[in-house]
Design a binder for this molecule. Structure first.
Ligand SMILES: Nc1ncnc2c1ncn2[C@@H]1O[C@H](COP(=O)(O)OP(=O)(O)OP(=O)(O)O)[C@@H](O)[C@H]1O
Ligand SMILES: [Mg+2]
Length: 250
């Protein structure tokens, strides 16, 4: 039995254009498990980003429940959610979202200093992560002085510095060329192998094959749920995923 890490119950999210309610997430039920690398797929506008933002507490639901382990996020005020998010969630954005006037090292250390104050230990940890992500030589650079792939690796280091229960990534390779994408996906695979729970939105088949579970979102609900057997090779995964996606009503 896998441990539950995040649970959404009858989750709803609507946006309002004037007085018209536009439902995006419709009474969605979802359980995410510890140690899984879950990918969210679905057509453009199906609500993938919205769902990820809701699950991470970056957006408030219109209705329903979100549980982070045993914590009822839907009952909490903004302040508490922010504190919980710092500890539970590391978020990687498509456009990196680094602070432009801070160096790489400072960008990684900011969320760490908000949680702990052992500066020396945190600096060492940040540098260790930068080494692992092959950006240690860029510690003193500003985001504008490096490539997109390097910025995304910095944002991955920032996402994991507090040992979050879950790493969430919204199309993390969407703005990257293929070699930078591979480097970012290799880091995610390595984290997954080491037991990190990950939730990622992607359109890309090969990226999705890094996961062990794929969910398909349609009309604001989970339409289907696929698990790869542990022993499948990458080509077999790709075949299986392509067939599964081909049956979907996009
Ligand atoms: N802040 C907002 N205000 C109003 N409508 C929004 C807002 N954010 C998203 N929407 C709408 O909600 C729907 C779902 O958007 P969302 O960004 O979650 O889709 P997505 O599946 O991530 O799409 P994509 O693959 O293009 O990134 C879309 O119709 C979008 O226009
Ligand atoms: Mg999106």
């Amino acid at each position: 039995m896998q441990e539950t890490i995040i649970q959404a119950k009858s989750l709803r999210k609507s946006y309002f254009t004037g007085k018209t309610e536009v439902p995006v997430i419709n009474s969605l039920d979802l359980t995410l498990y510890k140690g899984d690398f879950t990918v969210i797929m679905g057509s453009s506008g199906s609500g993938k980003s919205t769902l990820l933002y809701l699950l991470s507490g970056l957006e408030n639901p219109t209705g329903g429940e979100i549980w982070l382990e045993d914590k009822p996020v839907h009952t909490m005020d903004e302040k508490l959610i922010t504190l919980l998010r710092r500890e539970y969630i590391g978020f990687v954005f498509q456009d990196f979202n680094l602070v432009p006037n801070l160096t790489f090292l400072e960008n990684i250390l900011i969320p760490a200093y908000l949680v702990k104050n052992d500066r020396k230990a945190l600096q060492d940890k940040a540098k260790g992560l930068m080494k692992k992500m092959d950006i240690l030589q860029l510690a003193d650079r500003l985001p504008s002085e490096v490539s997109g792939g390097q910025q995304q690796r910095c944002s991955m280091a920032r996402a994991v510095i507090n040992n979050p229960r879950v790493v969430m990534a919204d199309e993390p390779t969407g703005n990257l060329n293929s070699s930078s994408s591979k480097a970012v996906l290799d880091i995610l695979s390595e984290l997954f192998e080491a037991g990190q729970s990950i939730v990622m939105v992607t359109h890309d088949i090969q990226s999705a094959c890094r996961a062990n579970r794929i969910i398909f979102l349609k009309d604001g609900q989970i339409e289907d749920d696929l698990r790869f057997d542990k022993n499948l090779g990458s080509e077999e995964k790709e075949d299986k995923l392509l067939k599964w996606l081909a049956e979907k009503d996009w």
